[in-house]
Design a protein around this ligand. Structure first.
Ligand SMILES: [Zn+2]
Length: 588
C-alpha cells in the first residue's frame, strides 16, 4: 500500500512537472528575499531550500514570524476539545519555539540576530483579528495566553494590540524597511487560519507599499496545510515535491520551482528537525516537506478593469472540514488521545454529511456600481443553508482599518444579515441577484457600501444551520485604479439607514447575529453606517489620526490617475491596555 502510494506520487510528480513551471532564479543584482512565516517551522518547511540558495548567492534574507506558535498549530482541528492550558505554560511554549526558530535559522546559514523578526501575534487568532478586530472593536483576547497585546519581549513591538491596525502596521514596516524583491508567503487557500491571515495582511501591506513607494516584489506562495498532502508522507529526500492537487488542478497558478542541491536538502532536514517541539509528535509529517524541490505559486487576481466586468473562478473542493486520516494516525502513535478526538470529530461530521454541499465555482461581476457574487454548489440547497461572503476593500487614500469590513450572510430566499465588524446593517443594503438556480447562493452589494474599493479581498463559506460545510479560498479582486465614484443621485441603492441603537454581535458566519459583544462599541459607532469612502466610521477608538470627536465630512472621491494622499498612520498602541472580549466566537 505504501509502495503503491509512493509510485502514485512519483507519477503525480511527473504529471505536475509536465505543467509549465518556471525555475525560480535568485541572484540578480539587488535581489532581497523576505520569508513570511505564520509559525516557527513554516519558514523551513516552505522555503528552507530557497533560503539557503539566497544565502549562498549573497542575497540578503529576512524571515518574519507572525506568531510564536504558542498554540499547537495542529490543535485547530480539535479546537473545541483543546485542554485548558495555563497561560504561563503557553507563553513558555512560545519562547521555546522562538529558540528553535533561531537554531533552524543557523542550519540554513542565517544569522538569527540579524535575519529574524518575531511579531508575536496570537497563534490561531490572527484570522479572527483580520475578520473582526479593527477600529473601535476591542483587541482580540488570545484563547490561551489571555493576552490582548503582544506579550513577548523578543517581539518587534511588545505591547502592540491584538488588533488589525497594529498587526498591519508591524508587517508593513517590516516589508518597508527590508525592501524585498521576492516575498515567500503562505497561500490564500491554506487550511490553517493563521496562514490565510498572513496572506491577507501581506496583500494589503504590499498594495499600500506599491501605491506609496512603488515597491512590488514577486510573491511566492508556499503551500503547507492541505488535505492528504504532501504525499507520500515521510522522508523521501530524493523525490521531487508537487503542489497540492487542488491547487494544481485549478490550472490558474503559474508555478515556480526551486530545485534543491543535495546539501540544501540535508540542511533543510536539519532545520526542520531543529523545531524539536514539533518533531516530537509529527516528525514523519514535517519531514515530508524535505524533498528535492520547492514549489511556489499564488492564484492570480480577478481583474475587473475599471470596476466593470465578469470573471468565473473554479473553487473545486478545499476539503476544509475533512479529516486527514494519515496525519491523525501519525499523531495518534504519539498520543492516543488524538485518535479519540478524531473519532469524535468524525461522528460530528457524519451528522451533517447528508446536507453537505461543496463549492463548484464563483461568478464575480460588476457593472461599475454594484458587485455581484454568485456561488454555485454541488447540489440544490435546503432553506437552512447559507453562505457568508466577506468583503475587505482597499483604497490607496484611506487607512485600511477604516474601510468597511462587510460580512453578508444569505440563504436561498433572503439575506440573513449584513454586518460591518460589530455593527449590524439593514439587510436591504444589499440584494439577492435575480435568476438564482437551486444550487446557487449570492448577493449584490453596492460598491459604495464597500467603500468604493480599488482592490478587494473576498471569501465565501457555506454552512448548514450553524455547522460549517465548506469554504472557498480568499481571492483578490482588482477593480482598477480610481475605483468608480458613485454620485449620490445616481446610486442605485442608498446605503442602509441604521436601526437605532441596535446592539450587534461580531460577524459570525455560522450564527444569526447575536448581541454578545460590546454595547459601548456599538453605541459609539452606530450613527456612522453610511460607509462612504474616506469617512471615519469609528470615532470610538482612541487614535492619533482621529483627534476630532465628530466624524469628518465626506470628501470627494479621488480622480483617476491622481496620486492619492499618503494615508495617516493607523492608530496604534494606545489600545493595547483596553480589555478584550470575554466571549470570543470560534469561527472555524
Ligand atoms: Zn504554520
Amino acid at each position: 500500500m505504501v509502495a503503491l502510494a509512493f509510485l502514485l506520487a512519483v507519477a503525480w510528480t511527473a504529471a505536475a512537472r509536465g505543467q509549465d513551471a518556471e525555475p525560480l532564479l535568485l541572484g540578480d543584482d539587488g535581489d532581497r528575499l523576505l520569508v513570511l512565516a505564520p509559525h516557527p517551522d513554516d519558514e523551513a518547511l516552505g522555503a528552507g531550500g530557497l533560503i539557503q540558495e539566497a544565502v549562498e548567492l549573497g542575497v540578503p534574507v529576512k524571515v518574519c514570524f507572525l506568531t510564536m506558535g504558542d498554540n499547537n498549530e495542529l490543535a485547530f482541528m480539535f479546537v473545541r476539545k483543546h485542554p485548558v492550558v495555563m497561560p504561563g505554560a503557553v507563553r513558555r511554549m512560545g519562547e521555546t519555539r522562538c529558540a528553535e526558530a533561531r537554531e533552524a535559522a543557523r542550519r540554513m546559514g542565517l544569522d538569527p540576530d540579524r535575519d529574524l523578526v518575531f511579531l508575536g501575534y496570537p497563534d490561531f487568532g490572527t484570522l479572527r483579528i483580520w475578520n473582526d478586530h479593527w477600529r473601535d472593536v476591542t483587541p482580540l483576547r488570545s484563547m490561551l495566553t489571555r493576552a490582548t497585546s503582544v506579550p513577548y519581549v523578543q517581539a518587534r513591538t511588545p505591547g502592540a494590540a491584538y488588533a488589525g491596525e497594529d498587526l498591519l502596521e508591524d508587517l508593513t514596516e517590516v516589508i518597508r524597511e527590508f525592501r524585498p524583491t521576492h516575498v515567500a508567503m503562505p497561500t490564500a487557500a491554506d487550511q490553517n487560519p493563521d496562514h490565510r491571515a498572513l496572506y491577507l495582511f501581506a496583500r494589503v501591506a504590499l498594495w499600500t507599499l506599491a501605491a506609496e513607494e512603488g515597491l512590488e516584489p514577486l510573491r511566492l506562495g508556499y503551500p503547507v496545510h492541505y488535505p492528504r498532502w504532501p504525499s507520500p508522507r515521510g522522508l523521501h529526500p530524493a523525490l521531487d515535491a508537487a503542489p497540492p492537487p487542488y491547487l494544481l488542478r485549478s490550472g490558474e497558478i503559474a508555478w515556480r520551482v526551486h530545485s534543491l542541491a543535495p546539501w540544501q536538502v540535508t540542511n533543510k532536514l536539519e532545520a526542520v528537525r531543529a523545531h524539536r517541539s514539533q518533531c516530537t509528535y509529527s516528525e514523519g509529517y514535517l519531514s515530508s516537506f524535505v524533498r528535492a524541490s520547492e514549489w511556489f505559486g499564488d492564484f492570480p487576481d480577478i481583474v475587473l478593469p475599471g470596476g466593470v466586468g465578469q470573471e468565473k473562478v473554479e473553487d473545486g473542493d478545499t476539503g476544509a472540514f475533512s479529516q486527514d486520516d494519515a496525519f491523525i494516525g501519525e499523531l495518534a502513535k504519539a498520543d492516543p488521545a488524538w485518535l479519540k478526538l478524531a473519532e469524535q470529530q468524525d461522528a460530528e461530521e457524519a451528522e451533517v454529511a447528508e446536507a453537505d454541499a461543496d463549492f463548484l465555482d464563483r461568478n464575480i461581476s460588476s457593472d461599475g456600481r454594484n458587485l455581484t457574487v454568485v456561488c454555485r454548489f454541488s447540489r440544490p440547497l435546503s432553506p437552512r443553508a447559507s453562505v457568508t461572503l466577506r468583503f475587505h476593500g482597499w483604497r490607496a487614500d484611506t487607512p485600511f482599518g477604516e474601510m468597511p469590513k462587510l460580512a453578508v450572510c444569505t440563504g436561498p430566499r433572503k439575506v440573513k444579515s449584513v454586518t460591518d465588524l460589530n455593527r449590524r446593517l439593514d439587510t436591504s443594503a444589499v440584494a439577492l441577484p435575480g435568476g438564482l438556480a437551486r444550487g446557487e447562493l449570492g448577493v449584490t452589494v453596492p460598491l459604495e457600501l464597500l467603500g468604493n474599493p480599488e482592490k478587494l479581498l473576498l471569501s465565501a463559506r457555506i454552512a448548514f444551520g450553524e455547522m460549517p460545510l465548506d469554504w472557498a479560498s480568499w481571492r483578490a479582486v482588482d477593480l482598477g485604479t480610481g475605483a468608480p465614484a458613485v454620485p449620490a443621485a445616481s446610486a442605485p441603492k442608498a446605503p442602509a439607514v441604521p436601526k437605532p441603537a441596535q446592539p450587534a454581535g461580531p460577524a459570525d458566519p455560522y450564527a444569526e447575529v447575536t448581541a454578545r459583544r460590546g454595547t459601548a462599541a456599538t453605541a459609539s459607532g452606530a450613527g456612522s453606517l453610511r460607509l462612504a469612502p474616506r469617512v471615519s466610521t469609528a470615532p470610538g477608538r482612541p487614535s492619533a489620526s482621529k483627534a476630532s470627536p465628530t466624524p469628518e465630512p465626506p470628501t470627494a472621491p479621488a480622480e483617476p490617475g491622481k496620486k492619492p494622499a499618503k494615508p495617516e498612520p493607523p492608530s496604534r498602541r494606545t489600545r493595547a491596555a483596553s480589555a478584550g472580549s470575554a466571549d470570543e466566537p470560534v469561527v472555524w
